[in-house]
Design a protein around this ligand. Structure first.
Ligand code: 26V
Length: 810
């Protein structure tokens, strides 16, 4: 029996509408109604959260603090109702009050406070940490504008602001009394008291207030409730009265604007670092507010920070929150008066680091100048940390200068955040088995030889309750029937039981029917939104992820162009009909990525208008790919494109969402695809392409893409056509020159041409397999049955056991 009946919820919703919006149900708009529902669930979670907090305090439990500049939460209404066990009751209440539940769920804006994989991972982990009853808090910035909304105009990406807060703030609880103050700029002064004691004081500079806006996080099947703390930035002085009274009106409000710009917008770059001052301000603002908040609560409970590292783990999501290291040092040294060694001991037993990329352009290296002027005290501490570490390295490597230089924290006027993490964190982990091996063998090899025990792997996972059960109810029902109930929701491995049905014709038929129905539902959605009619008889072949050259959307395009040319040359060419679906945002400053989006749209317009392709080949670029669109698309997908250059994709998590929803993977042995392959075997995945070591070897020997172009006539024809362009007359020589000659970069840096033939073969194998629906269904079933290890519950259990050393719910 759920704690709340439909009637209870109705009454609570009516009460909210009256008290908060001064309206009865018949006067309420859908937005009022959405907000009232959100607030009702928020109250339930809030009460549970207070109990959780009490329990944590009573038991002096060790806590996890997950710091991430991104949490890509998506929508919460259905998710929270689901986790609270009142989804059916809420739907009923909404309908009884005269609204459509599906429409109301659609009103909610995505909380798009992240770019892609890294931010969505943080959101999935919050769910699992809460469900597993770990006392955990997430921290991020309350960006006023989330990831931009993408429009496609004349085939090209246009960015629009994503102003989510006017509706999305229904989930947030402001905690003004827990405001922290963050200091920027000015000068540091040494002050000596009469006993010769030393402390530092600041002269000048500005303060920014950090105000928490907390989002409650419900777990599934538990009353345990955690919090995601979103920091908003405000100026302590709304107007400068001195300036105001002298008539300098605009100047008087300038400082306020300066402070508030910190939380204005999420940086939309993904896997690309730029040393922007505002970004550094965001990072320090976030980190300083968070550390002060943790320390304040700790002191209130224990009266001292001496046992801080016993009670807290600070997990940092990539290097973006690395300044926690000097910031915690600052508090321990300057505010608590501890000696360096004690402070360092506490810090280095508290902070753990997860690496999410080995792309060198994504590594953060902050210019000394920027840190020095913006954060003078932090700069002093960084110098001290760096000097001590360098002395240690010199000794360990017997003065081998090359190694000392590579591992240095400050070098050549830059602060290297990854090296700071390696130096100060008690654990460093990659996000898939392959990625963690590359970190040890390559990126951080010297550090690894010094301290092998520090390096761990935790393969990523996804919240399978959201990404399977909630978004694919028909598949959820089938699993419940085959696996003896809903056990799998808390024991993801239980989906294995599905495998008993791998040769059961009626189960396989059911699975095929579910997929067909999900495809129709998705096609209806696309038709409503865009007017485009998808061919639901064709295979849905999907590549959705951020647009990046290493992810090789362009390889997919090369192959589609190849199919198109075959069809044009021979209208009787036999192949399995396909609908190719793309979804991808390009970073606004990434010109090549934007050209690739343009190209996909040029290709799409030509193919979709050509009668030769009718019912056989269709290409659709889905605008504004985001969490809520992924939720509609995953259940309808049949072939999952995971085709990055081997060694480049740290893990991938989209790959797991597809697998759980019964899509088969066409992919390289990269990231977590390697582990997927281990689970399902050669027969249930379409692998192709060079392996990570072969990529490295080929590069070392001197890779010449031009030779592939000259030796493969079909490939040459494809590239020549892309250079000329399609029916809209736009030429793509920039892109093809990049493949053949480099244009500044190495020619075909991501080796599309080297993998083309092998990709084409894998596509053909997938097409062939699709012709036998029962066989295809069996492979899909095996994929689902073996996807349990990609649940984020498993990842969080790994973190808890191997890194955090905290108990989890059995
Ligand atoms: C870098 C920067 C640079 C400054 C501006 C903002 C920004 C945002 C993100 C990044 C690095 C992103 C790294 C990332 O997203 N990695 C992805 O992490 C996923 C979760 O572990 C993983 O599945 C993907 O393979 C990996 O690409």
């Amino acid at each position: 029996m759920p704690e709340y009946t439909k009637k209870d919820l109705e009454e609570l919703i009516i009460g909210k509408l009256r008290r908060n919006f001064g309206r009865d149900v018949d006067e309420a708009t859908a937005i009022h109604m959405f907000k009232a529902c959100a607030m009702v669930l928020r109250d339930i979670m809030s009460a549970r959260q207070l109990k959780t907090e009490d329990k944590v305090q009573r038991t002096h439990a060790r806590q996890i603090h997950y710091l991430s500049l991104e949490f890509l939460m998506g929508r919460s209404l259905m998710k929270n109702a689901y986790n609270l066990g009142v989804l059916e009751e809420l739907k009923g209440a909404i309908e009884d009050l005269g609204f459509s539940a599906p429409d109301l769920f659609e009103i909610e804006p995505d909380a798009g406070l992240g770019n892609g994989g890294l931010g969505r991972l943080a959101a999935c982990y919050l769910d699992s940490m809460t469900t597993l009853e770990i006392p955990a808090t997430g921290y991020t910035i309350c960006y006023e504008l989330g990831i931009f909304k993408q429009k496609i105009i004349d085939g090209q990406q246009v960015e629009l602001a994503d102003n989510w807060l006017p509706v999305g703030d229904a989930w947030l609880i402001p905690k003004v009394d827990e405001t922290e103050k963050v200091h920027f700029g000015g000068r540091v002064k040494d002050v000596w008291d009469e006993n010769g004691g030393h402390r530092v004081a600041y002269e000048g500079g500005t303060d920014v207030l950090a105000i928490p806006r907390d989002m409650e996080i419900a777990g599934y099947g538990t009353e345990h409730t955690n919090v995601l703390r979103l920091w908003d930035a405000k100026s302590p002085d709304p107007v400068d009265m001195k300036l105001f009274s002298t008539g300098q009106y605009l100047k008087a409000v300038e400082q306020q604007a300066m402070a508030e710009v910190i939380a204005k917008v999420l940086y939309p770059e993904d896997n690309h670092y730029e040393g922007k001052s505002l970004r550094l301000k965001q990072q320090y603002f976030f980190v300083s507010a968070t550390v002060q908040s943790i320390c304040r609560k700790h002191k209130a409970e224990y009266g001292t920070l001496r046992n801080f590292h016993e009670k807290h783990v600070i997990q940092i999501n990539d290097t973006h929150p690395t300044l926690v290291i000097p910031e915690l040092m600052r508090i321990l040294l300057d505010q608590e008066g501890y000696g360096w060694d004690e402070a360092w001991h506490i810090v280095t037993h508290t902070v753990a680091y997860t690496n999410h990329t080995i792309l060198s352009e994504a590594l953060e290296r902050w210019p000394q100048q920027l840190i020095e002027t913006l954060l003078p005290r932090i700069w002093q501490l960084l110098i001290e940390i760096s000097n001590r570490y360098q002395a240690q390295l010199n000794e360990a490597f017997h003065g081998d200068q090359a190694k000392v230089r590579d591992m240095a924290v400050i070098w050549g006027g830059e602060v290297r955040m990854a090296n700071l993490c390696i130096c100060a964190c008690f654990a460093v982990n990659g996000v898939s088995a392959l990625h963690s091996e590359i970190l040890k063998k390559d990126v951080f090899h010297d550090a690894y030889t010094q301290n092998p025990g520090k390096f761990k792997n935790v393969t990523n996972g996804i919240d399978h309750r959201r990404w399977l059960s909630e978004i694919n109810p028909a598949l959820d029902a089938l699993i419940r029937e085959c696996c003896g109930g809903d056990d799998y929701l808390l024991r993801p491995d239980a989906v294995q039981k599905l495998e008993k049905y791998r040769d059961d014709p009626s189960a396989l038929k059911r699975l095929a029917d579910i997929k067909a129905e999900n495809k129709r539902a998705f096609a209806n959605y696309v038709a409503r939104e865009t007017g485009i009619i998808l061919n639901t008889d064709a295979m849905f072949d999907v590549q959705v992820k951020r647009l990046h050259e290493y992810k090789r959307q362009l390889l997919n395009v090369l192959h589609i162009t190849y199919l198109y040319q075959r069809l044009k040359a021979d209208p009787n060419f036999q192949f399995t009909p396909r609908v190719y679906l793309f979804g991808a945002k390009a970073a606004p400053g990434y010109a090549v990525a934007k050209q690739i989006i343009h190209l996909i749209n040029s290709l799409s317009a030509t193919i979709n208008a050509d009668p030769v392709c009718r019912d056989r080949l269709q290409v659709v670029f889905l605008e504004n790919y985001r969490v809520s669109l992924a939720e509609k698309l995953m259940p309808a997908s049949e072939l999952s494109e995971q085709i990055s250059t081997a060694g480049k994709e740290a893990s991938g998590t989209g790959n797991m969402k597809f697998m759980m929803n019964g899509a088969l993977t066409i992919g390289t042995l990269d990231g977590a695809n390697v582990e997927m392959h281990q689970q399902v075997g050669d027969e249930n995945i379409f692998l192709f392409g060079l392996k990570a070591d072969e990529v490295a070897e080929k590069k070392a020997r001197g890779y010449r893409s031009y030779e592939y172009y000259m030796q493969d006539a079909a490939l040459k024809a494809v590239i020549d056509q892309i250079a000329r362009g399609f029916d809209d007359g736009v030429a793509y020589t920039d892109l093809t020159n990049r493949l053949l000659f480099g244009n500044g970069a190495p020619a075909d840096e991501y080796m599309l041409l080297a993998d083309f033939a092998s990709y084409r073969d894998a596509q053909a194998r997938a097409g062939q397999a699709y012709l036998d629906p029962k066989d295809w269904s069996r492979m899909a079933l095996i994929n689902i049955a073996r996807s349990g290890i990609f649940a984020s519950d498993r990842s969080i259990r790994d973190y808890a056991r191997d890194i955090w050393h905290v108990p989890v719910k059995k």
